[in-house]
Design a protein around this ligand. Structure first.
Ligand code: ASP
Length: 305
C-alpha cells in the first residue's frame, strides 16, 4: 500500500470577523502558518504543528500569542496544548502571561513523565525559563488593536452578549505516519480571571493518536470540554465514520442541549490516511492545508445565518 503524503492542516479560529480586511489578514496568517508547517514537515509532525502554531502566535491578527484576545481585566492570559499521537503524551498550559509561545511550553510538558502535564499560573510562566524559552513582558502580548477591541467589547457586552472567539491550531501527519496536534489561544474575549478553556485540556481542545488521526477544536471552551469534542471526533472515525461525518456529528453534538446555541465552534482533522476535514458551525472559520508536494489550500469558510 502506498504511504499517504505528509500533510499539515491549520485553522485561524471560528467566530465572527469584523471586516473584509480582517478576513484578508486571517487568510494571510493561515498561508504563512501553512508554509512554516510545510518547511518543518521533514523534521516530523511535532515540528510541523509547532512551526505552524508558533507562526500564528507571532501574527498579531490572530487570537494567540501577541495579539491574543484580552481577558476581562485587559490583560492577555494564554492557554495552549500539544499532543504526540505516537505515545499519547500531552501538555497543557493555562494563564501564561510572559511567553509569546505557550505552545512550545506545552510541547515540552508532553515529553515529561509517562503521560504529560497540565500546568497553571504561576508555574506555567516559570516553565518558559526552565525550558530555556524566551520570555516577554505581559504588555508585549497586547497590541493597539486588541486594546481597542477590548474597549469596544466591554462597551457592547450584555449578559446575553455573544462570545468573541478564535484560537489557532494545527494537526499534521508526517512521512513516518506520526501524527501530532497543537493549539494556542488567548481564550474567550473578556474571560474572567482563572477561567480555563478547552485549548489546554486534552480531549476537549485537542487529541492525537497515530492509529487513527488528530483533531483540534475552536469555539466555546466550556461546551467543547463537556463534550470532549476533539477526542469524540477521532473516536467516531475509529468506530468507522468517515472523517466528514465524524466532524459534522461531533459539532452537532455541541448543540444537543437547551441553551447550547452558544456552541459556535469549529474543528480541523487529519487521519492516518492523510484525509483532511475543516468544519464549523460558527458563522466563519479560516483555515487550510498543505501537502509535502506543496499543494496548498487556504480558505475562509462561511455559513450564512
Ligand atoms: N476555545 C477557546 C476557549 O474557549 C476559544 C476559541 O476557540 O476561540 O478558550
Amino acid at each position: 500500500m502506498t504511504k499517504p503524503e505528509p500533510v499539515v492542516v491549520v485553522h485561524g479560529g471560528a467566530g465572527d470577523l469584523a471586516s473584509a480586511d480582517d478576513r484578508r489578514q486571517y487568510l494571510e496568517g493561515v498561508r504563512g502558518a501553512l508554509e512554516a508547517g510545510r518547511a518543518a514537515l521533514a523534521e516530523g509532525a511535532e515540528a510541523a504543528v509547532l512551526a505552524a502554531v508558533s507562526y500564528m502566535e507571532s501574527e498579531t491578527i490572530m487570537n494567540a500569542g501577541r495579539g491574543a484576545a484580552l481577558a476581562a481585566d485587559g490583560s492577555a492570559a494564554l492557554d495552549a496544548g500539544f499532543m504526540d499521537g505516537s505515545n499519547r503524551r500531552y501538555g497543557g498550559v493555562t494563564g501564561v502571561r510572559r511567553c509569546l509561545h505557550p505552545v512550545q511550553i506545552a510541547a515540552r510538558l508532553a515529553r515529561e513523565g509517562d503521560f504529560g502535564r497540565l500546568v497553571g499560573p504561576p508555574d506555567a510562566d516559570s516553565l518558559a525559563d526552565e525550558f530555556g524559552l524566551p520570555h516577554c513582558e505581559p504588555e508585549a502580548l497586547v497590541t493597539e488593536r486588541t486594546r481597542r477591541l477590548h474597549a469596544e467589547r466591554v462597551a457592547l457586552t450584555t449578559p446575553q452578549g455573544a462570545p468573541f472567539l478564535d484560537t489557532v491550531g494545527a494537526v499534521a501527519l508526517d512521512a513516518d505516519g506520526k501524527i501530532a496536534a497543537a493549539v494556542s489561544t488567548g481564550g474567550m474575549s473578556l474571560k474572567r480571571p482563572g477561567r480555563i478553556g478547552d485549548s489546554p485540556v486534552v480531549g476537549g481542545g485537542f487529541w492525537a493518536d497515530d492509529e487513527v488521526g488528530a483533531c483540534v477544536t475552536t469555539g466555546v471552551g466550556e461546551v467543547l470540554m463537556r463534550q470532549g469534542t476533539a477526542r469524540r471526533c477521532v473516536q467516531l472515525v475509529a468506530d468507522g465514520a468517515s472523517p466528514e461525518d465524524a466532524a459534522a456529528r461531533a459539532l452537532d453534538e455541541l448543540l444537543d442541549h437547551p441553551g447550547d446555541q452558544r456552541g459556535v465552534s469549529g474543528l480541523i482533522f487529519v487521519d492516518r490516511h492523510g484525509r483532511v476535514v475543516l468544519d464549523h458551525n460558527s458563522r466563519e472559520m479560516s483555515g487550510g492545508w498543505v501537502r509535502a508536494s506543496g499543494e496548498l489550500k487556504s480558505t475562509h469558510l462561511w455559513r450564512p445565518s
